[in-house]
Design a protein around this ligand. Structure first.
Ligand SMILES: [Zn+2]
Length: 465
């Protein structure tokens, strides 16, 4: 009898490349929320079933949640070091859509040797403006790219370079108005018109507060561009609830507007950038104390501000409250996106902890104070929502952010009771706990909570050319 049964199994059932057995499968698109076995073949999901299945390789997911891989729409670090950080935080696609690049073809070319996670980039107004205005900064504008108005010819050149970037397959258009304060309304309108013509979202770091959101909504309204407002938490601070309501109202009127948030009450950016210098150059000491030099933990005063402004480097900006972070993270409007920031071996802890932090600290459960997000809603914000944001321009995103037969095998497996970030402003490189296995295009890049060395299954996320 037993021999006969085994024979049937061997002859009658396929052997998958890899099987994930006994996990609690959670898929926001289908609302599947049950224990299943998943079989993967050729980098795709081949079966999701209650029946026993066999594979050449097995991931035991009993007691763990099996979710679509997390998609990060705002990841500045695009190096092997940061891709590894992201994978350990459950991210399977890391996209740099705010700063972007000034040369899309070269950017993808530099990564064609394959990476551990999927990657992609926008054509970035900030970077293009730096090139056209011959800015002397290496990462963000510090001279004419920030402070000099462009001539009509230069505006034409900026718009034309953005069109070229889109033709080369940029995921979207990126912009950051506080980093380019000299850009006139005509220049910004030119940018929005190009985005509208290409039917691509423009991912904008808006100017602060309600006034900043009004400006971006007006530019989008006038040009019929699709708008994505990055990190509403740090753009909004105390005005975050009003701004979320404004976005909700715009959507109710049929406008294509989306937003995102990261789960920390302090930001980080380059001390030499216009966004810091314009605000703090003449600020009194009590205002300067909002700034922290991360390597020493010092709060700044006039003398320190001037010394570190000459040296350059990242500075922590303490201007938000936990209450506003909760509002931003739990709003049904927000996508979770890290704004991962990493330069010269250091950066913001959100680089290594964003997704585990949301799952560990903002998802409601009996032993966590104040029930907030449901686990399914948290997963939706990390998977389905970011995939859907990009689908109009990149149809291949319909195969990501979901667990269904035929979808790309980008899968994150975590322990919902244990998952938690560990990184801090002083120690930003610590990886989270509880993210057990991360699979990219069918290949494990994290196994048993550890990065797998020597694998590079990541593929480019790029618009059809
Ligand atoms: Zn950013």
């Amino acid at each position: 009898m037993i021999t006969g049964l085994l024979l049937v199994l061997q002859l009658g059932t396929p052997v998958y490349d890899r099987v994930i057995l006994g996990g609690h499968v959670m898929d926001p698109a289908s609302q599947l929320d049950a224990v299943r076995n998943i079989g993967l073949t050729g980098g795709r999901i081949a079966v999701i079933t209650t029946h026993a299945i066999r594979g050449r390789d097995t991931v035991d997911a009993h007691g763990l949640v099996v979710a679509p891989g997390f998609i990060d729409l705002h990841a500045h670090g695009q190096t092997p070091e940061t891709y590894r950080f992201y994978s350990l935080d459950g991210v399977t696609a890391a996209l740099e859509l705010e700063l972007g690049t000034s040369d899309v073809a070269a950017w993808y070319g530099e990564r064609s040797a394959a990476e551990p996670v999927n990657y992609g980039v926008s054509i970035g107004h900030i970077k293009v403006r730096m090139a056209v205005m011959h800015d002397s900064g290496s990462w963000m504008p510090v001279s004419d790219g920030a402070y000099r108005a462009a001539s009509p010819e230069q505006i034409g050149e900026i718009a034309q370079r953005i069109e070229v970037g889109l033709r080369e397959g940029a995921v979207s258009v990126g912009a950051g108005f506080p980093y380019t304060p000299a850009a006139t309304r005509d220049e910004l309108l030119a940018l929005f018109r190009v985005a509208a013509m290409a039917k691509t979202p423009i991912h904008v770091h808006i100017r602060p507060g309600v006034a900043g959101l009004k400006e971006a909504l007006a530019l989008a309204g006038e040009t019929h561009a699709r708008l994505h407002v990055v990190h509403i938490n740090s753009a909004g601070l105390a005005e975050t609830p009003v701004m979320l309501q404004m976005i909700s109202d715009a959507r109710a009127h049929g406008r294509d507007v989306t937003t995102e948030a990261y789960p920390y009450d302090a930001g980080m950016t380059e001390i030499q950038s216009a966004t810091i210098q314009d605000v703090y150059k003449n600020a009194p000491d009590e205002r300067l104390a909002e700034l922290e030099w991360p390597s020493t933990g010092e709060r700044l005063n006039r003398a320190r501000f001037e010394r570190y402004s000459r040296i350059g480097g990242p500075v922590v900006v303490h201007t938000n409250t936990e209450q506003m972070v909760i509002v931003a993270i739990t709003s049904p409007l927000t996508i979770i996106a890290s704004d991962a920031y990493w330069q010269n071996g250091t950066g913001h802890p959100r680089t290594t902890g964003t997704f585990a932090r949301v799952l560990g600290r903002y998802v409601g459960s009996a032993d966590r104070q104040g029930v907030r997000l449901s686990l399914m809603d948290a997963i939706r914000k990390m998977t389905l929502m970011p995939a859907q944001r990009l689908e109009a321009r990149i149809p291949a995103m319909r195969q990501k952010g979901r667990l269904r037969v035929g979808a790309d095998a980008d899968i994150t497996i975590f322990d919902a009771g244990r998952v938690l970030d560990r990184s801090t402003y002083r120690e930003p490189s610590l990886s989270p706990v509880g993210i057990q296995d991360v699979i990219v295009n069918g290949v494990s890049v994290v196994a048993n909570g550890r990065a797998v060395e020597g694998v590079a299954p990541g593929k480019e996320v790029r618009a059809p050319r």
